[in-house]
Each structure stands twice: as C-alpha cells, then as structure tokens.
Design a protein around this ligand. Structure first.
Ligand SMILES: *[C@@H]1O[C@H](CO)[C@@H](O)[C@H](O)[C@H]1NC(C)=O
Ligand SMILES: *[C@@H]1O[C@H](CO)[C@@H](O)[C@H](O)[C@H]1NC(C)=O
Ligand SMILES: *[C@@H]1O[C@H](CO)[C@@H](O)[C@H](O)[C@H]1NC(C)=O
Ligand SMILES: *[C@@H]1O[C@H](CO)[C@@H](O)[C@H](O)[C@H]1NC(C)=O
Ligand SMILES: *[C@@H]1O[C@H](CO)[C@@H](O)[C@H](O)[C@H]1NC(C)=O
Ligand SMILES: *[C@@H]1O[C@H](CO)[C@@H](O)[C@H](O)[C@H]1NC(C)=O
Ligand SMILES: *[C@@H]1O[C@H](CO)[C@@H](O)[C@H](O)[C@H]1NC(C)=O
Ligand SMILES: *[C@@H]1O[C@H](CO)[C@@H](O)[C@H](O)[C@H]1NC(C)=O
Ligand SMILES: *[C@@H]1O[C@H](CO)[C@@H](O)[C@H](O)[C@H]1NC(C)=O
Length: 448
C-alpha cells in the first residue's frame, strides 16, 4: 500500500575511497535516474534515492567527519534548482550554501540562489521556529539587523558558517513536493578547506531533533544500504516493508530526556554491549559501555562519520586483541608518529604490489538485540597516498575517541557497508541485517 518512487544510480559509487580485495579504489560520480511508481496511498510517501559519495566536511564536534560523505541529490525552490546534500544522521539542521546575488547564466549546482526562488522565505527571529524549535542546536540562533533568524554552524577546526534560517519547497522526485521546509541558507562558509566544501550544496540533517529533515517530513522511518562491492547505495525515506530482504534484528534507541553535558539527545543512541574479535569477546566491563552521569559514553550511529571511534579503555582492548590475532600475519608499521586522522593508531605495512590481504580477523559490534559484523577485509583501511619504503600503509578502521577529545562511541558508515540500516522512529529502534546492497537494489526493481 505504499508508494515507492525509485531512483537508481547505475554506476553510483558510494564511498570515495574503499578497500576492496586490497585494491585502493577512487570513485567518481555518474548517475542515471530511473523512476518507478508502484501502488499509492498513505502519507508521507516512501521515496528511494541514490546515494553517492564525495569528500566534504560537516559541521560537528568531530573533526573526523571530513572526507567521505554520503550524498543525496534533489531540487529546491520554485523554479527548482539542483542541489546535492550530505546525508548526516548526526546533524539536525539541513543547510544549503546560498548566494544572494542574482544567478548568472551558468547556474552553479553547488550553490542555492534564494533570490531566484519565489517560494523562498526567511524566518523572522520572533517566530516560534526560531525561538522554540532550535533548542538542540549546538549554537542557539540570534537576531540579525533585519530581525531575521541568524544561524551559525561551527566546525571542529574552529571555522564556522553563518546564514539565515529560511524555508522553501523541496522536491523529492517528480511527485513529492514539500513546501515550507526549514533549512539554513548559509552565506559565509569560513573554512580552511573550501575546496572540499564547495563540492556539494549542503547537508541533510537526519537526527532526532525537531527541525531535522526527517522530523519535518514526518517520516515514520528511513533506511539505507551501502554496497561493499559496486559502490552503489540506496536511501529509502518513509515506511518500508523489506521483510523480503532479510529479517532485521532490532536494537532499541536509548533516550535520556534530561540534558547532560556530554549526551547528545538528538543522536541515534544504541547500547553497545561488547566487541568481539574473531568471535572472542573483549574483556571490558559493561559499565564503560553505558553513559555515565555526565552522559559520556553514549553510542551513536552516525552516517556523517566515516570510521568508528571507541572510548580509550575499549579501544585499547580492541587494539591489543587485534594485534595479538594478527601477529605473524601482518607487519606492524613501527612509527609512533603516524596516527591516521588523529585517532587510528594501529597501522600495518603491506607490500604495495600485494593485491590481496591475508585472511584477517573480523570485528563484531554487539548491541542489545543485534550484532554488526565487520568482515576481515573491511577492518583494515588503506591510507590514501601513504607509503613506507615500498609498502603501502593500512590502518585498523577503528579509532580512539580519547585522541579526538570525543566522549562517545561513534559507529561510522565504513562499518555500515552491506548492512540494511533501518531507523525506525515510530518504534524507537534501529534494525540491522546483513544484505548485499546491490541485490537489494535489484529486488526493488532497479540495478540491471
Ligand atoms: C581526507 O582528505 C585529506 C585532504 O584532502 C586527504 O589528505 C586524506 O587522505 C583524506 N582521507 C581519507 C580517509 O580519504
Ligand atoms: C538538474 O539536473 C538535471 C540532471 O542532472 C539536469 O537535466 C537539469 O538540467 C538540471 N537543472 C538545472 C536547473 O540545472
Ligand atoms: C555570488 O555569485 C556572484 C555571481 O555569480 C559572484 O560574483 C559572487 O562572488 C558570489 N558571492 C559569493 C559570496 O559567493
Ligand atoms: C536578494 O534578496 C534579498 C532579500 O531576500 C535582497 O535584500 C537583495 O537585494 C536581493 N538581491 C538581488 C540581487 O536581487
Ligand atoms: C515553546 O515551547 C514551550 C515548551 O518547550 C511551550 O510550552 C510553548 O508553548 C512553546 N511556544 C510556542 C509559541 O510554541
Ligand atoms: C513539484 O514541483 C515541481 C517544481 O515546481 C513541479 O515541476 C512539479 O510538477 C511538482 N509536482 C507535483 C506533484 O506537484
Ligand atoms: C509486509 O510484508 C509481509 C510479507 O511480505 C506481510 O505479511 C505484511 O503484512 C507486510 N506489512 C505491511 C505493513 O505491509
Ligand atoms: C595472544 O594472546 C594469547 C592469550 O592471551 C597469549 O597466550 C599469546 O601469547 C598472545 N600472542 C601474542 C603474539 O601476543
Ligand atoms: C623498492 O622496490 C624497488 C624495485 O623493486 C627496489 O629497487 C628498491 O630497492 C625497493 N626499495 C626499498 C626501500 O625497499
């Protein structure tokens, strides 16, 4: 009884950089869109989007959110302008990079021109949207000289971006138009990294905050999968009945309604119960996996972060066991000064001519009711461009949160490959199942 609009990207790479059969693969973005309409009824409609990948950073406390991102393409405004947005389950406010001049002849798809949209409306600062719905913003909005709601996004490298809270129509596919969707129309993007920032128009905030894209759309759930083999992916917004895919295992979302200094209550928080290396459970006390009285120690599922980060005691236990189980199989990079992305410090040397890694231990994240198994070849990540003599450098794709000053466990999208990830807001739970994302696409009638 649901209506599915299915967009499909044929050669739509999902991850910019990914280790596969020990080959380093750099991906590019082409996509074809096919539209399939099935039966209709019930609102909001379910929609399927292609996801592509790109390098970008998103505004957040985590510096490691840079680089690889999941991208959704859609149109905004009347007449519609093409935009591409980073899918981020760790952010609330969706935003677009705006330019308030009149667009010249050649439209720039990385910029939204509000003056060219008749449906664009800035939000006044006395509006309840500005005063009431922004309570979970990391930086509260202010009032600008025109009495408009002024939003600021900050980045870990202390750069920031400023703009107005505004609303406009968002067009998801040809049959779904949402008017008055609130987003940040950001004028200035002060950053040390503007090359990378300029590759997409903005970000689609998908967390549980009241102004996030999912909250505003009122979708009861959304899901995505990321292929581990052919770089394609799917984003499904809305209700889905994917029982044919695989039975999902559900883990409840944890909620703490009190405000705690280190607890992000808008995040998708789950309960981590343990970590296994090749089936061997790490000896860590359960207490370090549970948020403490300050909120430190929450476990967030975050599509905006690439790798997975663990608090020091758990990271060290994983590091020790992984090192133990790879002794004699892999050669450790003996360079204490090399720490990839500031937090991944267990790295190895692999002869650059070697196209296949040896069989390596898997790492499983055990949640209440569900388990996420990261296969051996996905546990190691080849560091782009890094060489030691004739060897390339590979690092364990789990990092130490402590080295980043982050008080949380963060499950990144590198470890969500070939997983169906369902965010069920209605029932407050996350469903997981191991799937072949390329086959899932075919089952939706696309992907030939
Ligand atoms: C992230 O981007 C930086 C700058 O472009 C690059 O040096 C680094 O290798 C990238 N890291 C990954 C994991 O792609
Ligand atoms: C938006 O993108 C589509 C597909 O890439 C293209 O056909 C169309 O001309 C673009 N529209 C605008 C206004 O740039
Ligand atoms: C806005 O666009 C105009 C014309 O395309 C350009 O000259 C100007 O530099 C842009 N402004 C910003 C802040 O990017
Ligand atoms: C764009 O719109 C703003 C108000 O939203 C206005 O102040 C500005 O003058 C307009 N710019 C142009 C070039 O039309
Ligand atoms: C603002 O929020 C408070 C509680 O969060 C609520 O009591 C009040 O009615 C809201 N005001 C408006 C104008 O929505
Ligand atoms: C949605 O909006 C676009 C752009 O204004 C328009 O072309 C399309 O016909 C609209 N579709 C529906 C179903 O209203
Ligand atoms: C989902 O599919 C199963 C089997 O295909 C069916 O039994 C069930 O009623 C469906 N649920 C919904 C909500 O459509
Ligand atoms: C690995 O751990 C086992 C059991 O704790 C121990 O007996 C063995 O010596 C360790 N091996 C290495 C290479 O550290
Ligand atoms: C790297 O490989 C080349 C060719 O195989 C060889 O001549 C050179 O000595 C090697 N360098 C190191 C540092 O091993």
């Amino acid at each position: 009884m649901n209506s599915y609009i299915i967009f499909h990207s044929n050669s739509n790479p999902f991850l910019k950089i990914l280790s596969l059969s020990s080959l380093y693969i750099q991906i590019f973005f082409f996509f074809l869109i096919h539209v399939h309409l099935c039966s209709s009824s019930s609102s909001p409609k379910s929609l399927i989007f292609p996801l592509k990948t790109q390098i970008l950073r998103s505004p957040n406390k985590l510096q490691v959110r840079h680089n690889v991102s999941l991208i959704v393409s859609l149109t905004v405004g009347i007449p519609p302008q093409n935009v591409s947005m980073v899918l981020d389950t760790g952010s609330e406010l969706s935003w677009l990079h705006c330019n308030r001049t009149t667009r010249n002849n050649q439209p720039d798809p990385t910029i939204f021109y509000p003056n060219q949209s008749t449906s664009y409306k800035p939000i006044p600062c006395f509006s309840p949207t500005c005063t009431n719905k922004t309570q979970d913003f990391p930086i509260p909005p202010s009032c600008d000289s025109d009495n408009l709601c002024h939003a600021t996004l900050s980045y870990a490298d202390s750069s920031s971006s400023d703009g107005n809270l505004a609303s406009d129509s968002f067009h998801l596919g040809s049959s779904s138009n949402i008017s008055g969707l609130v987003f940040g129309c950001m004028d200035s993007i002060f950053s040390s990294n503007s090359d990378e920032d300029s590759k997409t128009t903005g970000l689609m905030g998908m967390n549980r905050g009241s102004l996030s894209f999912v909250s505003q759309m009122g979708f009861p759930k959304f899901s995505y999968c990321i292929s581990g083999s052919d770089f394609s992916g799917l984003l499904l917004l809305g209700d889905s009945n994917v029982t044919w895919l695989a039975p999902l295992n559900y883990t409840p979302l944890i909620q703490i309604s009190r405000r705690l200094p280190y607890f992000d209550r808008t995040a998708y928080t789950v309960q981590l119960e343990g970590i296994k290396v090749s089936g061997k459970l790490l000896p860590v006390p359960k207490s370090v996996l549970v948020p403490d009285h300050t909120g430190a120690g929450q476990t967030m599922v975050d599509s905006g972060t690439q790798f997975t980060f663990l608090l020091g005691p758990v990271y060290n236990a994983l590091r020790t066991e992984y090192l133990n189980q790879t002794t004699g199989v892999l050669r450790v990079l003996e360079d204490p000064n090399f720490v990839f992305q500031g937090a991944l410090d267990l790295c190895y040397r692999v002869p650059s001519g070697q196209t296949r890694l040896p069989n390596l231990p898997s790492v499983s994240l055990v949640f209440a009711g569900a388990e996420m198994v990261v296969s051996g070849d996905r546990v190691l990540y080849k560091v782009p461009g890094e060489m030691k003599g004739n060897d390339s450098v590979w690092c364990m794709s789990f990092g130490n949160s402590d080295l980043l000053g982050v008080e949380a466990y963060v499950i990144g999208h590198h470890h969500q490959q070939n997983m169906w990830m369902e965010f069920d807001l209605e029932k407050s739970r996350i469903g997981l199942a191991q799937v072949r994302c390329d086959l899932a696409r075919k089952r939706f009638g696309v992907g030939q």
